[in-house]
Design a protein around this ligand. Sequence first.
Ligand SMILES: Cc1cc2nc3c(=O)[nH]c(=O)nc-3n(C[C@H](O)[C@H](O)[C@H](O)COP(=O)(O)OP(=O)(O)OC[C@H]3O[C@@H](n4cnc5c(N)ncnc54)[C@H](O)[C@@H]3O)c2cc1C
Length: 496
Amino acid sequence: MTAQSPAQTTAPVSRLKTGAEFLESLKDGRRIWIGNRKLDTVFDEPGLRKGAELMAETFDDQFKPEFADATTYTDPATGELSSRAWQVPRSPEELRDRRKIIEYSSLKTGGTFGRPSDLSPGIVAGLMAYLPTFQKKKSLIDGCNPDFAENIEAYMEFGRKTNLTASESLAGPQTDRSNPKAAEAAFLRVKKATKDGIYVSGAKTVGSIAAQANDIFFTNLGGLTTTPPEACIWGAVPIASDGITMISREMVSQPGASKFDHPVASMGEEADQFIVFDNVFVPKERIFNLGDPDGMSWYGPVCAFAHWHVLTRLTVKSELFVGAGHMVLDILGTGKIPAVQQMLGELVQYQQTLRAFVTAAEAKASYTEAGVLVPEVGMLTAGRLYSIQEYPRIIHILQELCGQGLVMRFGKDAFESPEIGHYLNDLLPGHGVSAMQKEHLMNFIWDMTSGALAGRVALFENVNSSPAPRLRARLYEEVDRAKFVDQVKTLAGMDW
Ligand SMILES: Cc1cc2nc3c(=O)[nH]c(=O)nc-3n(C[C@H](O)[C@H](O)[C@H](O)COP(=O)(O)OP(=O)(O)OC[C@H]3O[C@@H](n4cnc5c(N)ncnc54)[C@H](O)[C@@H]3O)c2cc1C
C-alpha cells in the first residue's frame, strides 16, 4: 500500500480489528486456570468474558464517526488507517493526538482498566524512541544473536498491522525480598539458546489483562537484586504459546448485575494473572534485549509513554470523581454548606493538579535521538507520585460527601417490588431527583470507590507502575538539582 494522494478516492487500507475479530482472536487454546478450574476459553469465566466484551467495544468504536479521531490515525509511512495506540509521536501535535486514545479508553472503562489495549504499545513506542541505543547492543548470550533494533521496528509494525493487544509484565514474582537468591529463583530466564531463538522458564507476575490479550510483552525488573545475564531479556510471545500457563486471581467485578445496580462493576474487569513459563520458545525476531544488564537499566526511559498513560488515566478518573462529587452536592442539596464546598474543592484541586502534570510533561517533552517526542520523566514521576499519594484521601472525600447513601443502597429489584418499592420511592427522594435516580449515582460511586472492584483498582493504583517509595527514589535519582544549588549559593553569597 502506498500513501494516498489527494486525487485518490478509494478508502485507505484499514488495519483496524472489529470487536468480533478481537473476541475470535482470543479463542486460541490459551491455558487459564481459576482456582482448580481450567477454562476452555477466556469466555468461560463471566468476569473475564464481560471484560473482554468491553474491550471488544473499544475495537468497534474505532469504526464510529464520534470516536474515529480519538481512536484511529493514518499511518504516515503507509497511508493505512490504524489504531492510535500504535502511533509513535514525532511532533507536539502527534503527542496530543496520541493522548486522545488514552482519554478515550480511560473514560470507556471508568479508569478501571489500567492495561487497556492502548497501554502496552506505549512501551514499544518507548523502545522505538531509543532505537539507536538498542541498535548498538549485541546479544550477550552465546548461540542466539538477534538484531534488536530490527526486531523492535518489526514488532511495532506487527502490532500496528494486527491492531494487537498485549499485556506487559515487568515485575517479578513476590518472594523473600531479603534474599537475592530467592528473588532470582523465579526470574524468567534463558534455559537454552539456539540460532532461531531462546527457550525460557520462570514466571511473570501480576500480568494484568494477560488472559484477555493476544501477546505478552515481558522483561525482568531486578528490584532489590541485580538481574543475572540469563534473565536480562526484553521479548514478546503470543499468550497461547506452548508452555505458558496463566493462573488468575479471584474475580472482583459483578458481570451479571444490572447497569443500574453496578454501573461500572457490571462491565467486567481486567483480571490479573500469574504467568508460568515452562520452556517457552521465544523466536529470535521477538527478542529486544538478551543478556545485557545495561539494557535493563532503560526501564525508566522506555516506559515513559506507559507512565504518561497511567498519569493521564488517573487524570480522567479524577474528572469522573469531580463530576460525581458535584452531582452528589446537587442531589443531596448540600451544595450551600461551606464545609461541603471545601470538600468538593479538594477533589477539584486533585483533578486540576493532575491535569497540570500531564500538560507540563507534554510541554517539557523532548526529542530522542530517534526523533520521537517523549513526555518529560520528572513531571511524569512527580505527577504519578502525587496521584497515588492523594488517592486514598480523594476516595475518602468522595465517600464522605455521600453520607449514608453510599451504604444504604437497595438495588433495582427492591425499588420495583410491589410490596416495598413504594416505601423506598416515597421516602428517599433527593433534591430534584427521584429516590432511584439518587441511588443510581450512589451505585456508580460505590463501584468507583468502595466495592470489591474499587478495592482492587485502589491497590493497583498504589503499586502498578512502582509504589510511592520507589517513585520518590526515582525523583531523587533522576531530577537534576544542580541549578537549584547554584541559586542558593548565588543568593547567599557562598563562593565555595
Ligand atoms: C493489581 C495489580 C496489577 C498489576 N499489574 C501489573 C502489570 O500489568 N505489569 C507489571 O509489570 N506489574 C504489575 N503489577 C506489579 C507491580 O509492578 C508491583 O506490584 C510493583 O512493582 C511492586 O512490586 P512488588 O509488589 O513485588 O513489591 P515487593 O517487592 O514485594 O515490596 C513490597 C513493598 O515494599 C516496598 N519496597 C520494596 N522494594 C522497594 C524499593 N526498592 N524501593 C522502595 N520501596 C520498596 C514497597 O512499598 C512495596 O510495595 C501489578 C500489581 C498489582 C497489585
